[in-house]
Design a protein around this ligand. Structure first.
Ligand SMILES: Nc1ncnc2c1ncn2[C@@H]1O[C@H](COP(=O)(O)OP(=O)(O)O)[C@@H](O)[C@H]1O
Ligand SMILES: [Mg+2]
Length: 483
C-alpha cells in the first residue's frame, strides 16, 4: 500500500482529513517524494512548488520543505513518519534486537512534541495501527516491528551507534547550541551516517525560511529547481494550505511586511545577516587564554549584563585599552594618533541560572575590586535592585549610555581592524558568531542574538570593549580611590 492509498483508505487515514481537496498540494509533494505517478495537472503543480520540470523517478533521499507558517508541514511529516513506521518493513536491515529509529528533532521538546502528538493521534485512532504499539509516552513510541519513534532536541549530538530510518528536523534555521555556531550542519552531519545502512532512509527538514545562511539556505541554493535526490519545496502558506484566510496574511503584512514575506511567503530574508564573520573573531582570540590577571598600572573598565537569576545568565566583562609607548618621533606620534586604540578583554564571566542575584553581585564585586574598578556599567533598562545590590558592595552601577545594539556597532571597527584581543571562551565565541545584524525599515541597523539564542556574554564583552572606545564617557575619568 502506498502513502496516497493509505490517505484515501477509510479504515486508515481518510477520517483524519476533512476535505482532501485542500490537501492537493501536499498529495502532489507526497507523490514526488515516493516517486508515484502524477497526472498532467499534478506535474504542473509539482513544477510550481519545486521549480523542477520532471518529478523524481525513484524515492528521494532528502526532502526540504521551505514552506510558510501554518502550511501543514508538521501534519504532513507526522503522516509520513507514521506511514513509514507502520507500513515499511525495515527488519531485513536491522540486526535482531536492534531498533530502527524515526527521529524527530526540533528547537526544543515542546516543539518536537507537536509532531509526536500528530503521530500518536494518527496511530491511536486506527485500531490496526494501535495494535502495533508496544509502549508509548509523550516523547517516544515503540512498535512491534523493531521501529521506535523518538523526539530529541537540537542539542542532541550522540547519534553514534544508532540506526535512523527517518529523520525529521523541524525549524532547522532556529536551532541553537552552546557548543556550536552551526548546530544544523553538525547535527545533520552526525545523523547521515546513522542512516547509511538503511536503503530508502529518508531525511526531512522543514521550516519557514529565515536568513540567507545555514543548512536550509545552503540546500535550497544548491538543490532547488534541480533534478536531484534532494527535493526542495518552496511554497507559500496558502499554496500548501488554502484554508488559511486572506485576512491572516493581510494583517501580518500590515504589521511587519518583511517578516511576513518570510513567514507566510517562504522567502529567505535578506535584511538579516551575520554581524561578525568567524575569521575576524578567530584572529582576535588568544588561544587557550581564558582570563588576564590584573596589572597595577592599567585602568580597567567593566560592563555587567544583570539577570534576575531565573532565565538568563548574569555576565561580567572587564577590558582595558592599551597605551602606546611614549612616541620617539613626531612621525610616531602622528601614527599613534591615527591608529585606533588596541582594546584587550581581560575577564568575561557568566553565572548560569538558577542563582541568587545578590550572591552573584557579591562575587562580581570581588573580581571588580581586584581590577581596581569602582564603577561598573550595565544595561540602561536594568532594575533598581541591581544598582542597590552593587552599591551595598561599594561599587557604583552606572547605566550605559548605549543600548546593547549600539555597543555592538561601536565595537565592530575593533574587530574589523584587528584591534581587539579576546579571550578563548567557547561560549563567548559562539555568541559572537551568532549575532545578527538587521536593517530596519528606517534603514538603521540593529544587532542582536538570533531568535531563541543568547547574547549574555557577547553583550558584556562588547559593552566593555565599547567603553574603551568611548572618549565621551566619564568612565576613564573615574580614578580608583580605594575601598
Ligand atoms: N492543506 C491543508 N488543508 C487543511 N488544513 C490544513 C492544511 N495544511 C494545514 N492544515 C491545518 O493547519 C494547521 C497548521 O498545520 P501545521 O502542520 O501545524 O502547520 P506548520 O507546521 O506548517 O506550521 C493544522 O491545524 C492543520 O491541520
Ligand atoms: Mg509546524
Amino acid at each position: 500500500m502506498n502513502i496516497i492509498q493509505a490517505i484515501q483508505d477509510a479504515s486508515l487515514f481518510r477520517p483524519l482529513f476533512k476535505n482532501l481537496d485542500s490537501w492537493k498540494s501536499w498529495l502532489c509533494i507526497l507523490k514526488a517524494i515516493f516517486a508515484l505517478r502524477m497526472d498532467k495537472k499534478e506535474r504542473a503543480l509539482f513544477t510550481q512548488l519545486t521549480g523542477r520540470e520532471t518529478p523524481p523517478t525513484q524515492q528521494v533521499e532528502e526532502c526540504w520543505l521551505v514552506v510558510g507558517r501554518r502550511g501543514g508541514k508538521s501534519r504532513i511529516v507526522a503522516l509520513i513518519a507514521t506511514y513509514l513506521a507502520c507500513f515499511r518493513d525495515y527488519r531485513p536491515h536491522l540486526a535482531p534486537g536492534e531498533r530502527g529509529i524515526i527521529m524527530i528533532t526540533a528547537t526544543d521538546r515542546r516543539q518536537a512534541r507537536v509532531i509526536m502528538r500528530f503521530i500518536q493521534a494518527l496511530i491511536n485512532q486506527v485500531p490496526m495501527l494501535a495494535a502495533m504499539v508496544e509502549r508509548q509516552d509523550v516523547e517516544s513510541l515503540d512498535l512491534n516491528n523493531q521501529i521506535s519513534i523518538e523526539i530529541t532536541t537540537a542539542s542532541f549530538r550522540t547519534n553514534r551507534g544508532r540506526t535512523v530510518v527517518c529523520f525529521i528536523g523541524e525549524e532547522t534555521p532556529y536551532w541553537r547550541s552552546e557548543e556550536s555556531a552551526n548546530p544544523d550542519q553538525e547535527i545533520l552531519a552526525s545523523v547521515r551516517p546513522a542512516m547509511a545502512t538503511i536503503p530508502n532512509a529518508l531525511l526531512f527538514c522543514i521550516g519557514s525560511p529565515y536568513r540567507r545562511a545555514g543548512a536550509m539556505y545552503e540546500t535550497y541554493k544548491r538543490h532547488y529547481g534541480h533534478d536531484s535526490p534532494i527535493l526542495v519545496v518552496q511554497a507559500t502558506s496558502q499554496q500548501m494550505n488554502p484554508c488559511i484566510p486572506d485576512s491572516v496574511i493581510t494583517r501580518a503584512m500590515e504589521v511587519d511586511p518583511v517578516a511576513a514575506q518570510s513567514e507566510f511567503f517562504a522567502q529567505f530574508r535578506n535584511d538579516i545577516g551575520s554581524f561578525l564573520d568567524s575569521d575576524s573573531i578567530d584572529r582576535s582570540i588568544e588561544c587557550g587564554r581564558q582570563e588576564r590577571s590584573p596589572q597595577p598600572d592599567i585602568q580597567y573598565v567593566a560592563f555587567c549584563d544583570p539577570s534576575g537569576g531565573a532565565h538568563d545568565s548574569m555576565t561580567l566583562a572587564i577590558a582595558h585599552r592599551t597605551t602606546y609607548r611614549t612616541p620617539r618621533s613626531a612621525q610616531e606620534e602622528r601614527d599613534q594618533r591615527e591608529r585606533p586604540p588596541r582594546v584587550v578583554l581581560d575577564v568575561c564571566r557568566a553565572v548560569v541560572p538558577p542563582f541568587s542575584p545578590d550572591a552573584v553581585v557579591k562575587e562580581f564585586c570581588q573580581v571588580l575590586r581586584t581590577y581596581h574598578c569602582s564603577t561598573v556599567v550595565g544595561d540602561r533598562y536594568s532594575m533598581e535592585w541591581v544598582r542597590e545590590s552593587f552599591a551595598r558592595q561599594g561599587i557604583l552601577y552606572k547605566h550605559s549610555e548605549l543600548t546593547a545594539s549600539e555597543c555592538y556597532l561601536e565595537a565592530l571597527p575593533l574587530f574589523m581592524t584587528g584591534c581587539v584581543e579576546l579571550l578563548d571562551i567557547r561560549k563567548l565565541t559562539m555568541e559572537l558568531q551568532q549575532l545578527e545584524r538587521r536593517t530596519g525599515r528606517s534603514g538603521k541597523d540593529s544587532v542582536s542574538h538570533p531568535p531563541s539564542g543568547h547574547d549574555d556574554l557577547a553583550n558584556s564583552c562588547c559593552g566593555a570593549l565599547s567603553l574603551c572606545t568611548q572618549h565621551r564617557s566619564e568612565i576613564h575619568a573615574v580614578k580608583f580611590t580605594g575601598f
